[in-house]
Design a protein around this ligand. Structure first.
Ligand SMILES: Cc1ncc(COP(=O)(O)O)c(C=O)c1O
Length: 300
């Protein structure tokens, strides 16, 4: 795939795509981002991703980014220029980033006339193995050292990077973040557990990013008749749960079968997780088939 990037109104090959050294994303992590999934030319819940990007900008007072309809025009051009086919086996992620722009280095916001810096491009989606899907993945707990505004999808990701790396170094797939004894989420995923047939997960608010896939999972759970309870879960409760799983844009539902080397229940993927995973895929495909926004006439 030819990787074409949108950078502030221009479409260039990724190796020619640059932002200035004084871009505030480089010097202050003063920017926000989005990652969304495309299957062929069909997006998964793009409206929700564009809305979250707008909300993240608004929460940080970053003004002047493209509106959703402008992003949709940019995305249509990127799909064409990148040669992304109408092929369900061809899966990509769209990365979008908006920073407060480039200006001489100062902690203070630059003049209001400074345009934001906007970037977008597609990459091949990471694949997960059948073994991970059917056998589940291992989590390693890590202290949640992030700031108190995790509802903003900020590029200030260093605490998440360090936690994920520490989990990886300890043989884990993902870090399970724990703050004040409460499981918040994963380093780049939302975390759930199952107890007595009900799904439990941290409530919305500044301690977590409200994942688009988390929303998809809630809708799928409602359709499948599975109850979801939004309540803080302690680490002790999490590891004693009947089942556990993660959600994210790139993986949908990923079963979790151990934490810190100890199995969750029997160490096998649980029935509620399996039912939910199927319900999420089902709902996703139903929505995808109804979405013709970026497809061409005559395409299946
Ligand atoms: C901290 C965090 N939580 C949750 C998620 C999952 O969100 P989504 O389902 O929108 O990909 C992400 C994704 O990047 C994340 O970074």
């Amino acid at each position: 795939m030819r990787v074409v990037a949108y950078v502030n109104g221009h479409y260039v090959d990724l190796d020619k795509a640059v932002v200035p050294v004084e871009d505030r994303s480089c010097q202050f992590a003063d920017g926000v981002y989005e990652v969304s999934r495309f299957i062929g030319r069909r997006p998964v819940r793009l409206g929700e991703h564009l809305q979250r990007l707008e909300e993240s900008c608004a929460l940080l007072g970053i003004k002047g980014a493209p509106a959703a309809e402008d992003w949709r025009r940019i995305i249509a051009r990127l799909l064409d220029d990148s040669g992304i086919p109408h092929d369900n086996a061809f899966e990509t992620i769209l990365y979008q980033q908006v920073s407060r722009g480039a200006a001489p280095r100062s902690h203070l916001f630059p003049p209001a006339s400074t345009p934001p810096s906007c970037v977008a491009y597609f990459r091949i989606k990471p694949a997960y193995t059948a073994k991970q899907r059917s056998g589940g993945v291992a989590l390693i707990s890590q202290p949640d050292e992030r700031w108190n505004r995790c509802n903003i999808k900020s590029v200030c990701l260093l605490p998440s990077v360090l936690a994920k790396q520490a989990a990886h170094d300890a043989g884990g797939f993902e870090a399970l973040l724990v703050r004040d004894g409460i499981v918040t989420e994963g380093s780049s995923t939302n975390a759930f557990c199952v107890r007595g047939g009900k799904i439990l997960t941290h409530p919305d608010g500044p301690r977590i990013l409200s994942g688009v896939t988390r929303g998809l999972a809630f809708d799928a759970a409602a359709l499948a008749g599975i109850e979801v309870v939004l309540q803080p879960v302690t680490f002790q409760e999490y590891i004693a749960a009947d089942e556990a799983f993660l959600t994210s844009t790139t993986m949908n539902v990923m079963p979790v079968t151990s934490v810190d080397g100890k199995p969750i229940a029997t160490g096998a993927v649980g029935p509620v997780t399996s039912r939910l995973a199927a319900a999420v895929d089902d709902l996703m495909w139903r929505e995808l088939r109804a979405n013709r926004e970026f497809t061409c006439a005559g395409e299946p």
